[in-house]
Design a protein around this ligand. Structure first.
Ligand SMILES: Cc1ncc(COP(=O)(O)O)c(C=O)c1O
Length: 397
């Protein structure tokens, strides 16, 4: 089937988090919404068909994931990443953020430290703080073009400090974003190997959020962190989902892969009570993994063209801004520091002058100040309209 991603589907008045919260979240209603990470595109046809068929059956009682779903996941991870997992390693969660919260709750005690690498997806911070833990920042390095991980600084975080101010490290976990939202890096096998070694050497659990793993817009390949070595596989909990790739976020169905038997038992124990999932979520996930590849092929081609369109437009017409080259995700990270606005001025400028609903860079933590995150998963005409607003607003500054 040929998908038409240029088609504009009205999302207003559909209880859309992205389009129906403008007044409440941004203080006005005339904005173009390019913020929260879901797509303004239809879902894959095989998913819609499978959900319709299930919906026709008039009973939506407690449900469990069928064997065929486990098999679909096992097969996909092997086929796409050469990752051979056992069915028993899979634990379903009601969304990745839900699963992350449970991981922090299960494996830390109040006061423990959890490392994140900002600027990074901000719910990581909530999952840490809300569980009574401390956030440790290992800021990504940025040379003006490209972000990299700061391994020297990371190693320092595990070392005690004996001079004033004394510090006794309590680092239990590192939450990795791979590919990295919002900066769009797809971490290389080499980078992941170094990171993994540091975690192993310091007995630090690596929680790898790989929700964007299929959304590759650059000429890169995604390496599943756990495939680096058997040892690292035992040290890592991986979170995945079909929700970003196939636009199924509202179905709140995702999964963790936990090869370490002891950790898996602990995790399941900590989630006691979460023993039934959304039947439509299971059906959609399986249909997407089994029959969604043609959709994904067309989607990636459209997204890549959107990335080029967006990048070229800014380069040619709004030269004060700079788009950071992205390898993965459908998000664009734009450096606006040249505008000379402080954090709140930039936020206000985007809302009241450019009339765009975006994610403010500072929300992603240290290093995000002066940046804005754009969601490019929308029809190109919408993107064009948004860029025209931005161009005009910057021109009037
Ligand atoms: C890195 C990352 N993890 C998790 C999520 C949210 O996942 P879920 O909706 O399954 O909780 C997002 C959504 O933007 C994300 O970018």
């Amino acid at each position: 089937m040929q998908y038409n991603f240029d088609q504009i589907i009205n999302r207003k008045n559909t209880n859309s988090m992205k389009w129906d919260k403008n007044n409440q979240l941004f203080g006005r209603d005339d904005l173009i919404d390019l913020w929260v990470a879901d797509m303004d595109f239809p879902c894959p046809e095989p998913v819609i068909k499978a959900i319709k068929e299930r919906a026709e059956y008039p009973l939506y009682g407690y449900s469990f994931p069928p064997d065929s779903l486990y098999e679909a996941i096992v097969e996909r991870l092997d086929r796409n990443y050469g990752w051979k997992i056992k069915k028993e390693w899979i634990v379903f969660t009601a969304g990745v953020v839900n699963g992350l919260y449970a991981a922090v709750a299960a494996f830390t005690r109040s006061g423990d430290e959890v490392v994140v690498q900002p600027p990074v997806y901000y719910p990581f911070y909530n999952a840490i703080k809300d569980n009574g833990c401390q956030i440790l920042y290992n800021r990504l390095a940025f040379d003006g073009e490209r972000y990299t991980m700061n391994f020297n600084n990371l190693e320092e975080l595990f070392k005690p400090v004996t001079t004033f101010p004394v510090r006794v490290p309590r680092v239990k976990m590192l939450i990795l974003c791979s590919p990295h939202n919002p900066i769009g890096r797809v971490w290389s096998t080499e980078e992941l190997a170094v990171l993994g070694e540091i975690c192993i050497n310091n007995n630090c659990m690596l929680v790898s959020d790989e929700i964007h793993c299929e959304l590759l817009v650059g000429d890169v390949k995604h390496t599943v962190t756990s495939t680096i070595s058997r040892e690292l596989e035992q040290q890592t909990i991986t979170f995945m989902s079909a929700s970003k790739t196939f636009n199924l976020a509202g179905l709140a169905t995702s999964f963790a892969v936990i090869p370490n038997d002891h950790w898996r038992r602990e995790y399941i124990k900590a989630r006691a009570g979460h023993n039934s999932g959304n039947p439509f979520g299971y059906i959609a996930l399986e249909a997407a993994f089994r029959s969604g590849d043609e959709y994904l092929r067309q989607l990636l081609s459209y997204l890549r063209a959107n990335v080029s369109f967006f990048t070229d437009y800014i380069k040619n017409k709004i030269p004060g801004l700079k788009v950071v080259k992205s390898e993965g995700t459908y998000l664009a990270w734009v450096d606006m520091r040249n505008l000379g606005l402080n954090t709140l001025e930039l936020q206000d400028f985007m809302r009241s002058k450019a009339r765009l609903a975006l994610d403010d860079g500072y929300a992603f933590g240290p290093g995000g100040e002066g940046f804005q995150r754009f969601n490019l998963a929308c029809p190109r005409s919408v993107l064009q309209q948004a860029l025209e607003r931005l161009e005009q607003a910057v021109g009037e500054l």
